[in-house]
Write a protein that binds this ligand. Structure first.
Ligand SMILES: C[S@@+](CC[C@H](N)C(=O)[O-])C[C@H]1O[C@@H](n2cnc3c(N)ncnc32)[C@H](O)[C@@H]1O
Length: 277
């Protein structure tokens, strides 16, 4: 049987969680001392436009002090920490990959945010929730990894209070992929559901949501990923010194893949705000 927590490791972005350790060493930190959220944001946000995108979610959903928020696919915990730190919300951060979950938990504790960010390791499709309810569910570049959109949306609906929001930044399809491209998307990006923008809306409505916003981010993310690759190459010597050759080559290859896929015009990006009716 497939195990999503090991199959997802086909995606190069997830190979080297030790990048965090290298960056902390570069900042002159020891292995267990206190850290600040703002010191980490340059390398703990695994999506486009870093904390600006998290600010966008805060604005769009009205997250505030005392809100209870679930992040699906919390990675290294960057968005969850920034959310809790900047708004005073209580954040539950669910992450599939154990290595990412453990690093995230450690960073959160060292930032003194253990009381406001709860880290959980598990698969959103099967994680047991025990009657918990949230005012907002947020997610960056995660939902396309998860198959069974109907199950995913029904789980979101039942975890949200009525009137609660889903905010997601996600990948989608602009033009149909051929079979070879689908294979690549599955192996290189662990893409399990890439609907068109229209299909995205239909799925939300069928699951009992009002689609408040479906913003096409494709051009923006094409430019972003291109600039990210250029900057990474520009700072080649720094990255080789901090991370070594294997990490450098792995990241270059991943960044190049994203530039090629977005520039090809078939892979797109979407920002979604939906309200539980
Ligand atoms: C591109 S990363 C983004 C991490 C984080 N949201 C951020 O922006 O920094 C997507 C994350 O979703 C996680 N993920 C994928 N499928 C998941 C699932 N079924 N349940 C929970 N997490 C999942 C991956 O392991 C990965 O860490």
């Amino acid at each position: 049987m497939n195990d999503p927590s090991s199959d997802i490791k086909g995606m190069k972005l997830y190979h080297h969680v030790d990048r965090v350790v290298n960056e902390l060493r570069e900042l002159g930190k020891d292995e267990s001392g206190p850290l600040r959220v703002d010191e980490l944001v340059a390398f703990d946000q695994l999506h486009y436009h870093g904390t600006e995108a998290v600010d966008e979610a805060i604005r769009a959903t009205g997250i505030h002090e005392g809100s209870s928020v679930l992040e699906i696919g919390s990675g290294l915990g960057g968005p969850a920490r920034y959310l809790a730190h900047s708004t005073g919300a209580a954040v539950t951060a669910l992450e599939l990959q154990e290595d990412h979950h453990l690093v995230a938990s450690d960073l959160t504790a060292r930032c003194g945010l253990g009381g406001s960010v709860k880290h959980l390791c598990g698969d959103f499709l099967t994680h047991p929730w025990d009657g918990e309810r949230f005012q907002a569910i947020v997610s960056w570049l995660t939902l396309y990894h998860i198959p069974q959109r109907e199950v995913l949306l029904e789980r979101c609906r039942s975890l949200l209070e009525v009137g609660g929001f889903v905010y997601a930044e996600d990948l989608c399809e602009r033009r149909p992929f051929d079979d070879l491209e689908k294979e690549e998307l599955e192996s290189e990006l662990f893409a399990n559901y890439l609907p068109s923008r229209d299909q995205y809306r239909l799925d939300l409505v069928a699951a009992g949501f009002e689609a408040v916003l479906l913003e096409d981010m494709s051009d923006d993310w094409t430019a972003f990923t291109r600039a990210r690759l250029d900057q990474y190459l520009e700072h080649r010597d720094r990255h080789l010194r901090v991370h070594g050759e294997e990490v450098f080559e792995t990241m270059c290859s991943f960044y190049e893949t994203m530039v090629r896929l977005f520039s090809g015009g078939k892979l797109g990006g979407i920002r979604v705000v939906a309200r539980r009716i």
